[in-house]
Design a protein around this ligand. Structure first.
Ligand code: FE2
Ligand code: FE2
Length: 188
């Protein structure tokens, strides 16, 4: 692992580090089950939340610095930028490959057209054993059997979570859902 990433990891709270380690462990098993590149899977898991503990103002500043464009959703909730920012950190260090960066970039919102690795990360983040909700273990087992079904299920539970809190659906999440439902979706 690159020293800059290890440094980022070491600055996270123990709580976050443990979550990341569990996501890496699930990613390894998903890679095995679905014939994904093991190192790419590990790196996506390791990198996905490295920017998660930046303050909202820091995330906005970092996105500006890196030239990451974002919309009103990110302006309203800058935490949505933690994936895109972390993806750029790895890309700028030439760590991983476009699949890894895509996976990290979209691990919070999902998006249409995700690679299997990106779907795996979205699922792993949602089903890792530290998450506490009814049916988590069933969903984790499903993930090893059928990644597409698990992806659809985690996306549905994400939408339910947002609705329960009266939070808006990100256009990328709407796009991901539309893709699953086989309906065209064009933002705006
Ligand atoms: Fe995250
Ligand atoms: Fe996470």
């Amino acid at each position: 692992m690159h020293p800059r990433l290890i440094d980022r990891f070491n600055r996270l709270t123990r709580h976050r580090q443990e979550h990341i380690e569990r996501v890496v462990a699930v990613m390894e098993k998903l890679a095995e089950a679905h014939h994904l590149d093991r190192e790419a899977a590990r790196l996506a898991g390791y990198g996905h939340d490295l920017a998660r503990e930046l303050a909202r103002s820091e995330l906005l500043a970092e996105a500006e610095r890196l030239g990451i464009s974002y919309g009103p959703e990110e302006r309203a909730e800058p935490l949505l930028l933690h994936g895109p920012v972390a993806a750029r950190w790895l890309k700028d260090l030439s760590l991983g490959n476009p699949d890894v960066w895509q996976a990290i970039q979209y691990h919070t919102t999902a998006a249409p057209g995700l690679s299997p690795l990106a779907k795996a990360l979205f699922v792993a983040d949602g089903v890792e054993p530290g998450r506490r909700y009814n049916g988590r273990d069933v969903l984790e087992r499903l993930a090893y059997e059928n990644l597409e079904k698990a992806y659809a299920a985690v996306l549905q539970s994400t939408l339910q979570y947002l609705d329960a809190r009266h939070l808006p659906w990100h256009p990328l999440t709407q796009g991901a859902l539309a893709e699953l439902n086989g309906t065209a979706y064009a933002p705006e």
